[in-house]
Write a protein that binds this ligand. Structure first.
Ligand SMILES: NC(=O)c1ccc[n+]([C@@H]2O[C@H](COP(=O)([O-])OP(=O)(O)OC[C@H]3O[C@@H](n4cnc5c(N)ncnc54)[C@H](OP(=O)(O)O)[C@@H]3O)[C@@H](O)[C@H]2O)c1
Length: 288
């Protein structure tokens, strides 16, 4: 199989490239923004010329708060980008994996979301990602929409890494206790994606680690695993941490469709433990 990965220098793109390169007989073209800018009109032609069997789009505008100020740029990458890629796939007969987010759901308290629930995006970022899903599904029959959430992985500037850095800076942290999601390890998503695309069952999937957590629980778990259990955490409510794009409070994804195919990701706590070992050197205690 010949696979083209876009956004290949991002957190998820790197993990997907690594997992797919490990597959014998898979030819992997890992394109960063420099090689393939998905907002350029000629991106469709570039894809057709590369003639992949599968395009995995991990490229996206991921600055959720800044999207409120720059909606045109967010929509260009997250809505028109997937549309262009889908047109390129249609031209050469490739299938498309379009990554999406739990943030397309309203996240009403107590709710969990299945693959077939209707998106109710609230922020500019969420609307642009929902539009990207629609574009892929409108142009192609052979697509996988893969929603993920709260990603962390090697080299990423993600929530656990930010919490550890903030703990070292301030010695104490205020952390939101009423935003709930699925902490998810990028390499686990990549491994699950490799399994999924081999099934040939196209459709909408939720590839998240098993279990859910509040931001506070995730921060505590990360600090515990890197020798900072002593850092005092104060629970706060979402409204006490104002953001340009308030996130959905309870956009918890259920993996029902991939589970039906035997694809289930391990509990997030196990994945976080492995991750903290992988990046042990990065999170070594500061010398005082
Ligand atoms: N991170 C999360 O917690 C999370 C949660 C839910 C869903 N997701 C989704 O998961 C996917 C991967 O996210 P991630 O965490 O890997 O994000 P990331 O680390 O920010 O990676 C995104 C990559 O896309 C590239 N990119 C941006 N605009 C591009 C363009 N026009 N053409 C080509 N490449 C472009 C970025 O390059 P530059 O660095 O040059 O901008 C970056 O390398 C995205 O679809 C995101 O919406 C992420």
């Amino acid at each position: 199989m010949r696979v083209l990965i876009t956004g290949a220098q991002g957190q998820l793109g790197r993990a997907v490239a690594q997992a797919m390169r490990a597959m014998t007989d898979w030819q992997v073209i890992a394109a960063g923004r420099g090689e393939l800018d998905i907002t350029r009109a000629d991106a469709a032609g570039q894809i057709a010329a590369l003639a992949p069997d599968l395009v995995v789009n991990t490229a996206a505008w991921t600055d959720v708060d800044r999207a409120e100020q720059e909606p045109d740029a967010a929509f260009a990458a997250n809505a028109l980008g997937p549309l262009t890629l889908a047109e390129g796939c249609a031209a050469c007969g490739a299938a498309l994996v379009q990554f999406s987010t739990n943030e397309i759901f309203a996240g009403d308290p107590g709710r969990v979301y299945y693959e077939y629930d209707l998106p109710q995006p609230r922020s500019v970022y969420a609307r642009s990602k929902a539009a990207g899903e629609t574009a892929a599904a409108r142009v192609l029959n052979r697509f996988y929409i893969v929603r993920v959430a709260w990603l962390f992985g090697p080299g990423g500037n993600h929530f656990p890494a930010k919490m550890i850095a903030a703990a070292d800076r301030h010695g104490t942290l205020r952390v939101v206790a009423d935003e709930i999601g699925n902490p998810t390890y990028a390499p686990d998503v990549a491994a699950a994606l490799v399994a999924l695309v081999q099934t040939g069952h196209f459709g909408i999937y939720h590839l998240v680690n098993t279990g859910q957590a509040s931001r506070l629980e995730l921060a505590q778990a990360a600090l515990d695993l890197c020798g900072r259990a002593h850092v005092p955490l104060t629970p706060i409510r979402m409204e006490e941490w104002p953001r340009a794009a308030p996130p959905p409070p309870h956009a918890v994804l259920v993996n029902q469709a991939a589970a039906r195919l035997g694809i289930v990701l391990r509990p997030w706590q196990e994945a976080l433990r492995e991750y903290m070992q992988v990046e042990q050197a990065r999170f070594a205690l500061p010398v005082v």
